[in-house]
Write a new protein. Structure first.
Length: 600
């Protein structure tokens, strides 16, 4: 902000005798003609006689080395002689010499004294420089209000730098209340004179004024007015304003929502390496908003801003590598970008990095590290991380098993509406793990998750109704919840729904329907469903009686660890031929190895 304004205007002789005036004017003509020797010859006698104008003019010649060897000390002497007679320009130039230490020892207090003598006479340069001295606390105590007063006097005389600095004072709230509109006015005046810094700061002030309206800071929130100011700055090439105007179009704030227009403004800012705009442009390409969806282009823009340290872009680029969107799938590269974002406390990246360590994707499997990253994200309130941290404590993976701590993290996530955490917290209450056993509380949490469509919770709530735990026993209600979960392919619910049809609980007894649901659960590896399906084949309930198929399903259930499955298999074998037994034994491993696709 420190920039001195020099005064080099020649003085004229005031109220002289006619002959003297002619000689003085002759000096002026010689000076302007470049005949400095003659000018010196004409003016020196006047200076020696105490003429302040001649003393000032000679001072200029010594200061600039025109017609004489440059001599700052002599210039200062002559300026002083003129200044002491009240010559404003001489006082101003003497102030400059004290400011710079030219021909005199540098002395800001002395500079202020001479600037003041000139400033009160209306010398605009002195007014501006006096403003600088107060703004910077040079030669006087720092005083922004006094700086504003002197800048204002110079600015009103058209000094562009004073107008610019006055704009800065209003923009920063120094010596005056912060007022971006007033800053804009002064920047505009300086910019109209071609002052380059003012042109830039005009755009910046317009941008800041837009921010004030967008955020309702110091003014009533008004998105349309924010958009107007952003546009003025954006049209001058101010990248921050171009990005923010893009956001206004993307969100339909103050302007009609228009993704294509948002993309246009983002592009202009992004090409100026504005990292926010590069990130936003990546989002537009990733989501196909205003442009055709193009993951490769999204990844390109994310990379540009990620390399500048933008955490959101680093996280999104990690996601693209994890999913193979726009780039070749590469878990190691995904983990690298997640790490960069995670170290900047991006909670999503911390959570996903935890998942990478938990599953050993792109990094060696390490439950302890997974837990540490979950914890950092969980402390920021990320529900998914809180839930997974709860799982980590419940299973004792990377930490000592601790049901109470698991319950604490489940609760934090559950209270944010995380369905998985609500279901898990319900299980803790149902089993009395980490909390006192409380079926009613278990049912409450199951219901919250079930109503969000969580299949596990729907099955668990069905069990509560079937068994009358925490709720009144109600088979029809149990069936309703089992069905919702079973239709989401929850294997436990498919088995339980099969039981309800087999026993006629909550629905009319229907063995064919029971067998259908048992089969769906059996094909997902549920041993109890495999045994139940075997029994239905043995008894011809809902399916044609078939001991060979009954034997196969019991054999599979036994292989899956169900104790009484082998006993039932042997019962059926006593009713089968050796060939039937051999065929059943041949079919069982085929069924298992095919993932239960080739069981008939």
């Amino acid at each position: 902000m420190l920039k001195w304004v020099h005064c080099a205007v020649l003085a004229w002789m005031l109220s002289p005798a006619i002959g003297a005036a002619q000689n003085f004017d002759s000096g002026l003509e010689a000076y302007h003609a470049g005949d400095y020797a003659k000018a010196l010859q004409e003016w020196r006698p006047f200076a020696e006689q105490g003429n302040s104008g001649a003393q000032y003019n000679l001072g200029l010649m010594y200061a600039n080395g025109r017609g004489v060897a440059q001599d700052y000390a002599e210039a200062a002497r002559l300026y002083r002689l003129a200044a002491e007679q009240g010559h404003a320009d001489a006082a101003y130039n003497l102030g400059l010499m004290y400011s710079k230490g030219q021909g005199v020892p540098q002395d800001y207090a002395e500079a202020v004294r001479w600037y003041h003598l000139a400033a009160v006479q209306g010398n605009s340069g002195a007014q501006y420089n006096l403003g600088l001295m107060y703004a910077n606390g040079q030669g006087v105590p720092q005083d922004y209000a006094e700086a504003v007063r002197w800048y204002s006097l110079a600015a009103e005389q058209g000094i562009a730098r004073a107008q610019f600095n006055l704009g800065l004072m209003h923009a920063n709230g120094q010596g005056v209340p912060q007022d971006y509109a007033e800053a804009v006015r002064w920047y505009s005046l300086a910019a109209q004179q071609g002052y380059a810094r003012a042109q830039y700061n005009l755009a910046r002030a317009q941008f800041n004024l837009g921010l004030m309206y967008a955020n309702g800071r110091g003014v009533a929130q008004d998105y349309a007015e924010a958009g107007r100011w952003y546009r003025l700055a954006a049209e001058q090439g101010y990248a921050g304003a171009q990005n923010n105007l893009g956001l206004m179009y993307a969100n339909g704030q103050g302007v009609p929502q228009d993704y294509a227009e948002a993309v246009r403004w983002y592009h202009l800012a992004a090409e100026q390496e504005n990292s926010g705009a590069q990130y936003n442009l990546g989002l537009m390409y990733a989501n196909g908003q205003g442009v055709p969806q193009d993951y490769a282009e999204a990844a390109r823009w994310y990379r540009l801003t990620a390399e500048q340290g933008h955490a959101g872009a680093q996280y999104n680029l990690g996601l693209m590598y994890a999913k193979g969107q726009g780039v070749a799938q590469d878990y190691a590269e995904a983990a690298r970008w997640y790490s960069l974002a995670a170290e900047q406390e991006n909670s999503g990246a911390q959570y996903n990095l935890g998942l990478m360590y938990a599953y050993g994707r792109g990094v060696p499997q390490d439950y302890a590290r997974a837990g540490r990253w979950y914890l950092r994200a969980a402390r920021q309130g990320l529900a998914g991380a809180q839930y997974n941290l709860g799982l980590t404590y419940a299973k004792g993976q990377g930490v000592a098993q601790d049901y109470a701590e698991a319950g604490r993290w489940y609760r934090l996530a559950a209270e944010q509406g995380h369905a998985g955490a609500q279901n898990s917290l319900g299980l803790m209450y149902a089993n009395g793990q980490g909390v006192a056993q409380d079926y009613a509380e278990a049912g409450r949490w199951y219901r919250l998750a079930a109503e969000q469509g969580d299949a596990g919770a729907q099955n668990n709530l069905g069990l509560m109704y079937a068994n009358g735990q925490g709720v009144l026993q109600h088979y029809a209600e149990a069936v309703q919840w089992y069905r919702l979960a079973a239709e989401q392919e929850n294997s436990g619910a498919q088995y339980n729904l099969g039981l309800m049809y087999a026993n006629g609980q909550g629905v009319p007894q229907d063995y064919a329907e029971a067998a259908r649901w048992y089969r769906l659960a059996a094909e997902q590896g549920i041993a109890r469903a495999q045994l139940s399906l075997g029994l239905m084949y043995a008894n011809g309930q809902g399916v044609s009686q078939d001991y060979e198929t009954a034997h196969m399903w019991c054999n599979i259930a036994a292989a899956n660890g169900l104790d009484n499955a082998a006993e039932n298999r042997e019962k059926f074998a006593s009713r089968m031929t050796p060939d039937n037994i051999s065929e059943a034994q041949r079919r069982a491993p085929i069924c298992i190895n095919s993932g239960y696709k080739e069981c008939d």
